[in-house]
Design a protein around this ligand. Structure first.
Ligand code: ADP
Ligand code: MG
Length: 378
């Protein structure tokens, strides 16, 4: 067990890293962040920042020498760096698990291999793979196998010709062509798996995306018919990867009631931000507990909650180009409302700037508050 007061290490510099720092620091740990940028959401609040590339040997050695355990806040960290760090100290999650989920082809193959359904798809490594793609994959979505996020690196394609053009526009990097599915809803499960294999699963979240970016998460102790199968699938995935750390499994529910796995994130997730104000333990505190070898925290939900993402768009009211600071005082005046801003210097459209958690005595109360905020931030 790593005691409070000791140093924990983090690879990555974004908002997930910032919230991890806050949670680890609240438990009394010190955090060293390795991130190539001169400043950023995590580096700004870390106890120490190593400015180095994720594959910079000197930076990794320094991180290994000064910390007791290392975690990550994004999936695209080089697996070799995780493997090197693992030869020196505890690394959660491990290189192998991250390697599987950072590649959509390997990820889908792994999940399907567990007997858990995924979207109909085909791996596209060369343009000829599209010639033989079955008709049921059109209309579809072509997704780059690596490095995509927030709907980036994706193209909606109606025909093979469009798919070939999109593949070329992605410079023919490996891709996955997925059938465009008629979604009834999207769910996610955030869970932690400890060093001893013990699992703690947060309540299932319902998510709404706009243009490929998460917009709203709603969580209640409602008895969803999908809560049990989604939870079981997430645990099977975590066990199958011998995963240690916090992970998120995103699901699609189809109109006909089928539950499919969309993708896995080997880290806390935007759809788990609700835990910060609605659960006994936040997903970030859970991440710190796992890496320190401490007992996992309770995942109990204290109140129904609506999480609203705050994108840079709200700094540009109407359709104008004029940047206006949103009226945060009006937001903070509302009951049971928690504002989290990531301290990003520049508000850009479609950029995640923060989020707001609204809890309520009932789900209807939380939804009322959230609707009020959506109106305020128009
Ligand atoms: P990202 O890595 O950007 O989160 P996802 O694969 O999760 O990529 O896609 C983002 C969103 O786009 C999904 O949450 C969903 O709303 C929509 N989407 C992705 N794939 C499909 C699909 N096959 N059918 C319908 N909608 C999809
Ligand atoms: Mg996603």
């Amino acid at each position: 067990m790593i005691a409070p007061g000791e140093w924990l290490g983090l690879l990555g510099g974004g908002q997930l890293g910032r919230m991890f720092c806050h949670a680890a620091q609240a438990l009394g740990y010190r955090v060293m962040v390795l991130d190539p940028a001169a400043e950023g959401p995590a580096a700004d609040v870390a106890d120490k920042h190593i400015k180095a590339d994720y594959d910079d040997k000197a930076g990794l050695i320094k991180l290994a020498e000064h910390t007791r355990a290392v975690t990550t806040e994004f999936e695209n960290v080089p697996a070799d760096s995780l493997a090197y760090l693992a030869s020196q100290l505890r690394v959660t999650p491990g290189a192998r698990a991250v390697e599987v989920v950072q590649d959509r082809i390997a990820e889908k193959t792994f999940v399907a291999g567990l007997g858990v359904p995924v979207a109909p798809h085909r791996a596209v490594r060369v343009a000829a793979d599209l010639d033989t793609a079955p008709a049921n994959l059109f209309p579809g979505i072509l997704k780059v196998a690596r490095l995509g996020y927030d709907g980036k690196g994706q193209a909606r394609v109606k025909t093979k010709e469009e798919a070939v053009a999109a593949f070329k526009s992605f410079e023919e990097v490996p891709c996955v062509l997925e059938a465009m599915l008629d979604l009834k809803e999207e769910l996610s499960v955030i869970m932690a798996r400890g060093l001893n294999g013990e699992c703690a699963v947060f309540p299932v979240a319902r998510n709404v995306h706009h243009e490929g970016i998460l917009a709203v998460t709603v969580v209640d102790n409602f008895v969803s018919e999908f809560a049990k199968p989604a939870t079981d699938a997430a645990i099977a995935i975590a066990d199958g990867l011998d995963y240690v750390g916090v992970l998120c499994v995103e699901f699609f529910v189809l109109q006909d009631g089928q539950l499919l796995v969309n993708e896995i994130a080997p880290r806390p997730h935007n759809s788990g931000h609700y835990t910060m104000n609605a659960c006994a333990t936040s997903q970030f505190e859970q991440q710190a507990r796992v890496m320190a070898g401490m007992p996992l925290g309770s995942t109990e939900l204290f109140a129904p909650v609506v999480m609203l993402n705050v994108l840079g768009d709200v700094w540009y009211p109407g359709s104008g180009d004029l940047q206006v600071e949103p009226d945060w005082a009006a937001v903070l005046k509302l009951p049971r409302t928690s504002l989290h801003l990531y301290g990003k210097a520049e508000a850009r459209r479609a950029r995640k700037m923060g989020h707001i958690n609204c809890t309520g005595a009932t789900l209807a109360d939380a939804v009322d508050t959230a609707n009020h905020i959506v109106h305020l931030l128009k």
